[in-house]
Design a protein around this ligand. Structure first.
Ligand SMILES: Cc1cc2nc3c(=O)[nH]c(=O)nc-3n(C[C@H](O)[C@H](O)[C@H](O)COP(=O)(O)OP(=O)(O)OC[C@H]3O[C@@H](n4cnc5c(N)ncnc54)[C@H](O)[C@@H]3O)c2cc1C
Length: 238
């Protein structure tokens, strides 16, 4: 983790205490696809990262090298000429996030979409849980005590699940009794402009911890893929 490492480390300070809890799952992201120029355009040196600048050259009918396009990306962002950033689309596979996070994430409406694991068609009997970070508590004993309460409730949720299942109740009703800390997984389809908006709102300290943790992971991946499209969002010291 290169960026926001200190922030992430702070959020992860009690990760070791969660490791052996009942069905604990930690978040993970994997970039599985992104827009790439067609062979004819790639031959000109255009990449996923420079596709926004390359298409923006339409406005002045200008030409430029790969390096020029990296510079132009930065200018476009500073001018807020952001539509061309929609040229680059990313597909991530995200696991180990809660239903609570999904509720917040799906409030983002523009340039982003998801396919979540269905709780109607996939049985919950092996479902995992996302335990809270509790990074603001300083006593290990206090954290352990709180995590045990979460564990107890997760065990209870699964007991209730089995009890109702044995009564013939179907998945779509069984899911109603699951806590919002229940884990889910999704493919997310998002363009660079929308991803920047997500980062703007969710890398901020005021964002809720779990979605902020996801934003840190995605930001690091996005910076490895197309730095000129995201680097201005780095805050001082991050
Ligand atoms: C720290 C934080 C706390 C929050 N707390 C709460 C809370 O307590 N309760 C709650 O309900 N939500 C809360 N939210 C969610 C927030 O209100 C937004 O719904 C969410 O962040 C998505 O942002 P967005 O609408 O800008 O994103 P998108 O839906 O992706 O929209 C992107 C942009 O497109 C434009 N846009 C989109 N739709 C329209 C439209 N219909 N009309 C005009 N312009 C549009 C806007 O410029 C918008 O910023 C919180 C968010 C944050 C970051």
């Amino acid at each position: 983790m290169k960026y926001f490492a200190k922030e992430l480390e702070h959020l992860e300070r009690w990760k070791g205490l969660r490791a052996d809890l009942f069905r604990n799952e930690e978040p993970a992201i994997r970039l599985i696809g992104m827009t790439t120029p067609t062979p004819e355009i790639a031959e000109l040196g255009v990449t996923t990262e420079t596709l926004p600048a390359y298409t923006a050259r339409q406005s002045h009918e200008s030409e430029g090298t790969y390096e020029d396009d990296l510079k132009l990306n930065r200018k476009l962002i500073s001018w807020e000429h952001l539509t061309c950033l929609e040229a680059a689309q990313f597909v991530y596979y995200v696991t180990g996030v809660s239903k609570s996070l999904a509720g917040q994430w799906t409030r983002h409406r523009i340039g982003i979409g998801w396919t979540f694991r269905s709780t109607r068609y996939v049985k919950a009997s092996k479902n995992m849980f996302i335990y809270p970070a509790l990074e603001y508590l300083d006593s290990e004993d206090a954290v352990l005590a709180a995590l045990e309460v979460y564990q107890r409730e997760h065990l209870h949720a699964m007991d209730v699940y089995e009890e109702l299942k044995n009564m013939g109740v179907r998945n779509q009703e069984l899911r109603r009794l699951m806590p919002v800390g229940w884990s889910t997984a999704a493919y997310v389809y998002v363009n660079a402009r929308s991803l920047r908006h997500f980062f703007n709102l969710r890398l901020d300290k005021s964002a809720e911890w779990e979605i902020r943790r996801l934003a840190y992971l995605m930001f690091n991946d996005a910076m490895a893929t197309a730095p000129t499209l995201f680097e201005d969002l780095l805050t001082e010291g991050a």
